[in-house]
Design a protein around this ligand. Structure first.
Ligand SMILES: *[C@@H]1O[C@H](CO)[C@@H](O)[C@H](O)[C@H]1NC(C)=O
Ligand SMILES: *[C@@H]1O[C@H](CO)[C@@H](O)[C@H](O)[C@H]1NC(C)=O
Ligand SMILES: *[C@@H]1O[C@H](CO)[C@@H](O)[C@H](O)[C@H]1NC(C)=O
Length: 395
């Protein structure tokens, strides 16, 4: 509006100048001149009214096409394509879910969802973690190969109906969705944490609960990797809905807020794209939907709603297909505390440049430790972890 006001003042100055001009030109008939001016002024005011706050200068450009009005050329380009029916439907549903205020339950809980082939070797450690907080969490177990034998009361009776899971295939995502669908049935569950059989907690329960509950983002790992293990896995069959510029990568170990978990339930459009066109041995390339679907989807629909890192630490420094697996001899209180204290995330691209991006972990605007959980730990590490738990989780 500032510019518009300047223009209006300019208009008045022009009027005075023109008035002076008129006196020297007595042959110009006064009523015609006034009608012309008033009409002109009304058109100008209409322009300012139609293009309210912020676009006043644009209105001025329309009505006084003077020099220096480059605004018109800077207007955002019109979308290059019309959205498909499925995209319009998805947008409506996602927006509705995202704009709904979070349901505040009287007894908010964190859902711990374990994705495992069979037994959970660290149940006794988790038992120490959960003990004393019975009304603030729920446990769900998806065992894909064999029925687990549970040793902790917090896990007994918590198996959900499961199906086979093949590493890197869509069945992995299906199992994650199955866990979410079960956990969402409990309206008290507000945060949904995906964990594996080789994960351990790095902090005590209160710390983890507060970290997740008093935040408004989901911890979904997400970064752009132009290399062969990132964009190199993209297939143009995903067009038009998923463009290469939106393709993202990230670890599968997420925490989701309830709204985001609902979006995963509601989405079939993007899920189907990844199911068909992001799989091992796709056109001679390997794509793993569990590493790309969530990061890409949330990058596209709610980029500010995800933290862009995973709260589950993994050590990829050995450069293998799986992260380093820690043995009992690797473990000490100091070591676990050092993992728990890391407060910067690290991403590296898979091209020749191997570009490293280090970001501070920001929690509600404050720099905080990044990781609540860690993997992978060998089952033989159990006794040592149970012994050290109170020590390494005491700040
Ligand atoms: C989360 O909360 C912070 C302030 O605590 C706010 O700045 C930010 O916009 C919120 N983000 C979302 C996605 O609601
Ligand atoms: C995550 O990254 C996206 C860019 O991809 C950015 O827009 C967003 O603000 C980031 N999220 C947070 C919480 O910083
Ligand atoms: C934890 O263990 C270390 C030695 O590993 C010891 O120095 C420290 O006092 C212990 N802390 C607590 C809180 O027990």
């Amino acid at each position: 509006m500032k510019t518009a006001r300047a223009w209006k003042l300019g208009g008045i100055r022009d009027f005075q100048m023109m008035a002076g001009y008129r006196q020297q030109r007595p042959h110009l008939k006064r009523p015609i001149w006034i009608i012309a001016f008033v009409t002109f002024f009304i058109i100008f005011l209409t322009g300012v009214y139609v293009y309210p706050s912020g676009s006043g200068s644009l209105a001025s450009c329309y009505f006084f096409s003077g020099r220096g009005c480059t605004m018109l050329e800077q207007l955002p380009a019109t979308p290059t394509r019309e959205l498909t029916d499925a995209e319009n439907i998805a947008q409506v549903v996602f927006k509705e879910i995202l704009n709904k205020p979070p349901v505040r339950s009287k007894n908010p809980k964190v859902a711990f969802m374990f994705l495992t082939p069979g037994n959970l070797p660290f149940e006794n450690l988790w038992e120490k973690f959960f003990h004393g907080h019975e009304d603030r969490f729920s446990v769900y177990v998806h065992a894909s190969s064999e029925k687990p034998i549970h040793v902790s009361r917090y896990f007994v009776g918590r198996d959900i109906r499961s199906e086979k899971v093949a590493w890197g295939r869509i069945s992995m995502l299906d199992a994650e969705k199955r866990l979410l669908a079960h956990a969402l049935l409990d309206p008290d569950n507000q945060q949904f944490v995906l964990l594996s059989d080789s994960c351990i907690p790095l902090h005590n329960f209160d710390y983890v609960y507060n970290y997740l509950m008093y935040t408004n983002v989901s911890y979904v790992d997400c970064f752009e990797d132009p290399g062969p293990h990132g964009n190199g896995r993209y297939s143009e069959h995903m067009l038009p809905e998923v463009e290469k510029k939106d393709f993202r990568k990230g670890s599968q170990w997420f925490t989701l807020k309830r709204q985001h978990a609902m979006i995963i339930m509601a989405d079939s459009l993007y899920y189907t794209k990844f199911k068909h066109y992001c799989k091992p041995n796709m056109e001679g390339r390997n794509c793993y939907a569990d590493e790309h679907y969530l990061p890409t989807l949330f990058h596209m629909i709610d980029p500010a709603g995800i933290a862009n890192w995973s709260v589950t630490h993994a050590d990829w420094s050995e450069g293998k297909w799986h992260p380093k697996a820690y043995r009992a001899q690797d473990i000490s209180s100091e070591f676990l505390k050092s993992l728990a204290a890391i407060d910067e995330t690290f991403h590296i691209t898979s091209d020749e440049q191997k570009k490293v991006t280090i970001m501070p972990c920001m929690w509600n605007g404050m720099k905080r430790p990044c990781y609540l959980f860690a993997r992978k730990f060998n089952p033989e590490a159990l006794d040592k972890l149970v012994f050290l738990f109170v020590n390494y989780t005491t700040v």
